[in-house]
Design a protein around this ligand. Sequence first.
Ligand code: OAD
Length: 255
Amino acid sequence: MPSGIDETALRAAAEALAGARSVVALTGAGVSAESGIPTFRDAMTGLWAKFDAQRLATPDAFERDPALVSRWYDERRMRCARCVPNAGHSALASIERVITARGRSFTLLTQNVDRLHLRAGSERVIELHGSLFAWRCTVTGTKRDDLPMPLPNYPLQSEAGGIYRPGVVWFGEELPAGAVRRAARAVESCDLFLSIGTSGVVYPAAGFIESAAGVGARIIEINPEPTPLSHLATWRFAAPSGELLPHLFESASFT
Ligand code: OAD
């Protein structure tokens, strides 16, 4: 058990998880931190502390310098490919298996583009911000997730005469409409919501935490640091998700 965790609260949260009819989990970069993938807003190691998002993560940036942007995303893709899911990803996959085996609903909304949830065995995953492993032709919109690693050149020309752009959502872009619709539907009917490893400051993803509170779901927040939405949490655990989630899963007696 991570130090400083209130065991009574953990048991109560685990009981709520075990008894829930419909569970939604929202994850952010923190869930992958223990796999060695940097978060975005950590003051020292966060990606946006080291790199300028306006030069790398906007449609304008790609238009200005597609080679630079493609290379930066390709390097992130290679780094993620070398990382492996941690105990937090595995615990979420186990929670999904147990809940769905009992005919209840489980949906995992992730802001992460690293595919680690899928590699850990989670199946009901909605990638709200796309994926580093999917590239999209700028002319046809065709998605490719089989492009060589690294790309042979930057930017990579597509067969249709365009170039391949990273299949992620950039600042100033809409999230994929289908993903948002499915996520909103799941949140509307959930009775338990887990907010894990996200700073809760990027919308519309963070809005799902507020919507869950609005429909009366109980909320479990797992994050070593408080967030602007911590006040909505029924239970808040200030611990790394790779340590806390396995304990939460083990403490839940699913019937
Ligand atoms: P952030 O970097 O904003 O927040 C990461 C959160 O994870 C912070 O609140 C940390 O305290 C927490 N954290 C760090 N280590 C943790 C651990 N071991 N276990 C649990 N929590 C931990 O990342 P996101 O909230 O994912 O969007 O950021 C949201 C979006 O902003 C990203 O998807 C990305 C970024 O700009 C796009 O690129 C479109």
